[in-house]
Design a binder for this molecule. Structure first.
Ligand code: GDP
Ligand code: MG
Length: 178
């Protein structure tokens, strides 16, 4: 008989923000379904998916994931998703300096209007396209440190660092009380 399998479950709302086309939806689909669909559709408004993650201490974290659309015409809706969020993933594409600037805009927005104590993570996606890299890891790391964020580079295409991204977020969330 195993007496030690009691699991504590905690739910957290999580939001993805960032320019259109940086790979937010692909990151979510890779994490939730373990798939990469290169013909994936542009997100309209926002979409919702959930996924659980078991941590080493036998805690289960359930992420309720809000994947927002990056288009300007939906920007006014973003507060609906990030205001109640325990964590925010701000994504840029390592081949696009414009998307890195846009990520910095979202970080400022979250600092001004996000919940106090929101866990913020900076993600440089499309790390598989390193030959076309135009945002250095060092610049992004420095920016993240200054803004008290965790930084990681991912590839939704190869799955590189996708699980690690969500594990790092889970570690930084407030622990359930026993
Ligand atoms: P979103 O607008 O931020 O949700 O971006 P999508 O997830 O819709 O992805 C936009 C495009 O980038 C699609 O054509 C994806 O196939 C592609 N993409 C997404 N993630 C990656 C990645 O990690 N590597 C590469 N090479 N392409 C990616
Ligand atoms: Mg999308």
């Amino acid at each position: 008989v195993c007496y030690n399998n009691f699991k504590r479950i905690k739910q957290f709302a999580l939001v993805l923000l960032g320019d259109s086309g940086v790979g937010k939806s692909c990151i979510v689909l890779r994490f939730v379904r373990g798939q990469f669909d290169p013909t994936s559709k542009v997100t309209v408004g926002a979409s919702f998916l959930s996924q659980t993650l078991a941590l080493e201490d036998s805690t289960i974290v359930k992420f309720e994931i809000w994947d927002t659309a990056g288009q300007e015409r939906y920007a006014a809706l973003a507060p609906l998703y990030y205001r109640g969020a325990a964590a925010a993933i701000v994504v840029y594409d390592i081949t696009s300096p414009e998307s890195f600037s846009k990520a910095q805009y979202w970080v400022k927005e979250l600092q001004k209007h996000g919940s106090p104590g929101i866990v913020m993570v900076l993600v440089g996606n499309k790390a598989d396209l390193h030959e076309n890299r135009s945002v250095s890891s060092q610049d992004a790391q420095e920016y993240a440190e200054k803004n008290n964020m965790f930084f990681i580079e991912t590839s939704a295409k190869t799955a590189d660092n996708i699980n690690q991204l969500f594990e790092e977020i889970a570690k930084r969330l407030p622990r359930p009380t026993a």
